[in-house]
Design a protein around this ligand. Structure first.
Ligand SMILES: Nc1ncnc2c1ncn2[C@@H]1O[C@H](COP(=O)(O)OP(=O)(O)OC[C@H]2O[C@@H]([n+]3cccc(C(=O)O)c3)[C@H](O)[C@@H]2O)[C@@H](O)[C@H]1O
Ligand SMILES: Nc1ncnc2c1ncn2[C@@H]1O[C@H](COP(=O)(O)OP(=O)(O)OP(=O)(O)O)[C@@H](O)[C@H]1O
Ligand SMILES: [Mg+2]
Length: 271
């Protein structure tokens, strides 16, 4: 099962960070060339994944322009109110140096969804957990508003360690057009950021979905009950305990629907 998953998610046991950076920038440029899209848009949280994806995209559009084409990258901060780790988001923006920057506060929109849900239902109010997924989906909506208006494609930050666990919101941060980090483990992403000259704080930061009002900045590893080191070891083909392998494989199977198009009666994958 381990090698099948590695293959399905395009993971390599070892990478050369310089080469990976080159290949991913080329991919971003080739995709613009092929689709004639005008560039890209991405939400920047201050976390590792959007910092890496954002910098790769900025480098790609700069090269693309130097080669005589037009391209634009919009980086947008999408806080819910005031983000507790705002300083990291600012740090990430400064590292990425995007062509254009915005701050789009999702609080008004998310709170409206919550209030309307609570007004029209008589049962339990919208839980913190499900409100968290509304936040992730609102960020997707905001990015597509910029993308639609400017002819830009939405970048997603999904990578192998998130893909294998399905640890993202379906049609939230999972809703995107182009995935430049696909196939990388979390530690391989760190190595790319280091190679790109990012300061330590940007890649040693504890990964967090940061979606809960009641637990701001909760570590992904706390919610997952598995460490990224273990997930990365598994994905890189290393030996992990039977218990860890089973946990990962159970999550992989339970989240298959997130890696597929919506189910139809003609599909085989869910049967
Ligand atoms: N078998 C099936 N076939 C087809 N669809 C199925 C399905 N089972 C559930 N579904 C659908 O999927 C929905 C559940 O999926 P979803 O809405 O995503 O919800 P869910 O997976 O429960 O929650 C998202 C998880 O991802 C984490 N997350 C989110 C965002 C960012 C990050 C991060 O790392 O930064 C992490 C978050 O902390 C949480 O643990 C169900 O409500 C249902 O609509
Ligand atoms: N506060 C935010 N502002 C802007 N975009 C956000 C915010 N929170 C999440 N996102 C978007 O959702 C994506 C998924 O979040 P996720 O937490 O997986 O990545 P990250 O924050 O970049 O890195 P890490 O996983 O290490 O925390 C982010 O990469 C980013 O594009
Ligand atoms: Mg994060």
């Amino acid at each position: 099962m381990q090698s099948l998953i590695m293959q399905a998610l395009n993971v390599k046991s070892e990478i050369n960070p310089k080469e990976e950076i080159r290949k991913r920038i080329d991919f971003l440029k080739n995709y613009l060339l092929k689709t004639k899209a005008k560039g890209y848009v991405l939400g920047i949280s201050g976390g590792q994944d959007s910092t890496l994806a954002g910098r790769l995209v900025q480098l790609a559009v700069e090269e693309f322009r130097q080669e005589g084409n037009d391209a634009l990258f919009i980086a947008v901060r999408l806080p819910y109110g005031v983000q507790q780790d705002e300083a990291d988001a600012v740090r990430a923006m400064n590292f990425i140096r995007a062509d254009r920057e915005y701050i789009f506060n999702i609080k008004g929109a998310v709170d409206s969804v919550e209030a309307e849900y609570n007004a029209v239902t008589s049962g339990e109010p919208l839980s913190d957990y499900h409100k968290g997924n509304v936040k992730a989906r609102m960020r997707m909506i905001a990015q597509y508003a910029f993308g639609g208006m400017e002819g830009l494609l939405v970048i997603g930050t999904d990578h192998a360690a998130e893909a294998v666990t399905g640890f993202y919101t379906k049609y939230g941060d999972g809703g995107a057009d182009v995935l430049p980090l696909s196939g990388l483990t979390k530690r391989q992403g760190k190595a790319l950021l280091k190679e790109l000259g990012a300061e330590e704080q940007l890649y040693l930061k504890v990964p967090t979905a940061d979606l809960l009002d009641k637990k701001p900045g909760q570590a992904d590893e706390t919610e997952l009950g598995i460490t990224y080191d273990d997930i990365d070891d598994y994905l890189e083909g290393k030996l992990v305990s039977k218990e860890i392998a089973e946990k990962i494989e159970q999550r992989y199977q339970a989240t298959e629907h997130k890696r597929q198009l919506p189910a139809t009666m003609f599909d085989q994958w869910w049967k």
